[in-house]
Design a protein. Structure first.
Length: 462
């Protein structure tokens, strides 16, 4: 039988909380190591101070010995021992036979000293009082086999060290406590924002494409993530709306030519006509089929450009040569309509792009300009360098496009009422928009007074 498992609360499973605990653990270990170092340094410093004090006293006693001999030294030691009411100092002067001459210590310590004469020991009585304490002392060999011990009690030093360790310990405990509390509230704040984002994502998955991540205005990482997410959702919503619009437009615009195809075929099958009538019907059917194929080809070209799959075909190209090729292609048609066509291009410019798509986009712009410019008008193609990159413009003297319709005509299958009588499928400018977007160009439709001025500004130059 498997033991019952109890799921952790969401806060304890949060990555931010576990990360805070990890950093807290690392900090605690570091703080403990620092505490140990400070404690050791404190002990060394205190003992160094005690040794300095003992050596200073021993120096003073040695001067007394030189000036007043052994009796004077014994008198000084006795006076100092009597004046030391707190029993911090330890003195002992022994005769050559081991008899105590002066001092507040009853006997010579049994603990061995080091090479310098320093010895550490514990005493339980000084004079007539019980006074257990640790002593750090130094022994000296005097002339005529007299022995002197001068030391200091470590009681005050241990008390100072204990107080320092206690303060450091409480500081460490307080730091750990504040770290846990800070990690808790930080994780709670982070978890609240993550849950808000998760709720928004679930609403979007549920079909609410208008939901967006809320921004707090702090411009932190979450705001940056929310901004990127919202921009992505705006693009997705635009694409979904575009697909919905395209679907509706395809159903509307292709139904009429398909019905005409079906009607011609039915009429040809039901009526007894001669070979010439049948041939004429088939020719009209082929023309209608070509229009349908052209529409589907334009849709595929737009999808290909919008998907970014042609980025690997980018290579340096000369926009001036491209413009010359397009102008040469449409010059016969322009001359037939009595339209003056001109090309002004700087041959020293170069940019990165897909030549096939660029040619097709520029050809669509020139085709529209020639198509809608009346006889006697002008069409000009210009390629020039600017401070921001390369600008390709197509200007005509036709009827132009109203300002409130210039954004609308860039959508698929959109045709103005004044142009519905002319051949076309409403996809030419949509392809230009897709190609400009693929190349990182800014597409602008403006008034040429009279006519239309289309500018494509490329910043991705070779």
């Amino acid at each position: 039988m498997r033991p019952a498992s109890f799921p952790l609360p969401p806060l304890l499973r949060a990555t931010t909380f576990r990360l805070a605990l990890s950093y807290l653990g690392i900090f605690t270990v570091s703080a403990m190591a620092l505490l140990a170092l400070v404690s050791w340094s404190t002990s060394v410093f205190i003992e160094w101070q005690v040794q300095e004090t003992v050596e200073a006293e021993a120096t003073g006693l040695s001067e007394q010995y030189r000036e007043r001999s052994i009796q004077g030294l014994a008198e000084v030691i006795g006076n100092r021992a009597n004046q030391d009411l707190e029993r911090r100092a330890v003195y002992l002067l022994l005769a050559p036979d081991g008899t105590r001459i002066a001092g507040n210590l009853f006997g010579w310590p049994n603990e061995p000293g080091d090479a310098s004469g320093w010895v550490r020991f514990t005493i339980e009585r000084m004079d007539d009082a019980h006074f257990a304490t640790e002593v750090l002392a130094r022994t000296y060999e005097l002339p005529e086999n007299y022995k002197l011990l001068v030391g200091r009690s470590m009681h005050d030093a241990r008390r100072v060290k204990s107080a320092i360790n206690r303060a450091l310990g409480w500081g460490l405990a307080l730091t750990v406590l504040l770290g846990i509390i800070g990690g808790y509230f930080t994780s709670r704040h982070m978890l609240t924002r993550v849950e808000a984002m998760s709720r928004t994502a679930r609403r979007i998955v549920g079909g609410d494409m208008t939901s967006r991540m809320k921004l707090t205005g702090t411009r932190d990482e979450f705001d940056q993530l929310a901004t990127s997410f919202n921009e992505m959702m705006d693009e997705i919503e635009r694409l979904v709306e575009g697909i919905r619009t395209v679907t509706d437009n395809i159903a509307h615009d292709l139904r009429t030519p398909l019905n005409r195809l079906r009607s011609r075929i039915d009429v040809a099958l039901m009526t007894k006509t001669d070979t010439a009538d049948l041939r004429r019907t088939l020719e009209e059917t082929v023309i209608e089929a070509d229009r349908l194929l052209a529409t589907f080809s334009a849709l595929l070209a737009i999808s290909n450009a919008e998907s970014g799959q042609r980025l690997h075909n980018f290579q340096p190209l000369n926009p001036a040569q491209l413009a010359q090729d397009v102008v040469e292609l449409y010059e016969p048609l322009a001359e037939e309509k009595g339209i003056a066509m001109a090309c002004h291009a700087d041959p020293d410019l170069s940019l990165q792009g897909d030549r096939h798509l660029m040619f097709q986009a520029l050809a669509n712009l020139v085709d529209n300009a020639v198509k809608y410019t009346p006889p006697g008008g002008t069409v000009a193609v210009t390629v020039a360098g600017t401070s921001s990159g390369i600008e390709v413009t197509v200007a005509d003297s036709g009827p132009g496009i109203p300002a409130d319709s210039r954004d609308k005509v860039l959508d698929r299958f959109v045709r103005l009422d004044s142009t519905r009588s002319t051949p076309g499928n409403g996809l030419g400018l949509s392809l230009v928009k897709a190609v400009a977007r693929l190349h990182g160009a800014n597409l602008v439709l403006d008034d040429n007074a009279p006519g239309l001025l289309v500018r494509m500004v490329f910043t991705r130059v070779a």
